[in-house]
Design a protein around this ligand. Sequence first.
Ligand SMILES: Nc1nc2c(c(=O)[nH]1)N=C([C@H](O)[C@H](O)COP(=O)(O)OP(=O)(O)OP(=O)(O)O)CN2
Length: 139
Amino acid sequence: MIYVCRKEHFNAAHKLWNPNWSDEKNFEVFGPCANVNWHGHNFELIVTVKGLPDPETGFVVDLKQLSTLIRTLVIDKVDHKNLNMDVDFMQGKMASCEILIMEFWKILQPAVEKITPHGGLYKLTLYETPRNFVEYFGD
Ligand SMILES: Nc1nc2c(c(=O)[nH]1)N=C([C@H](O)[C@H](O)COP(=O)(O)OP(=O)(O)OP(=O)(O)O)CN2
């Protein structure tokens, strides 16, 4: 099996805020990440596709097609946006990396499968800061 990876980038604002809690509890739990007027991150999303190379192209997946798909389905929806307010699939959800990466998976998994004849989506990695990142394997 070969693991083929594509890294994409987006900037977005958010805040960590549980509407069922008091202001005091939100600030206690989330600290500066609960700042009322938002804060931003330079996110990196790495999409890893697993499969066997097609005998005719030598590709597990065409990286150009993969890049276009990630940008169209995910990056365009979140880049320069407020994750809490502007992004349809994040409505009513906590804007943490964990929730974000699971929503990305739901969108990308079926689309990646269609362009990967002998494999599929294996892993997503989402960097929120150079030191904070999450990985998701879809289970
Ligand atoms: N499990 C999670 N914990 C936290 C998340 C998250 O999404 N999932 N998010 C945040 C904040 O949004 C943000 O990532 C924290 O930023 P910060 O603490 O500034 O991170 P840095 O790596 O830049 O901080 P250093 O102190 O320089 O290491 C918090 N927790």
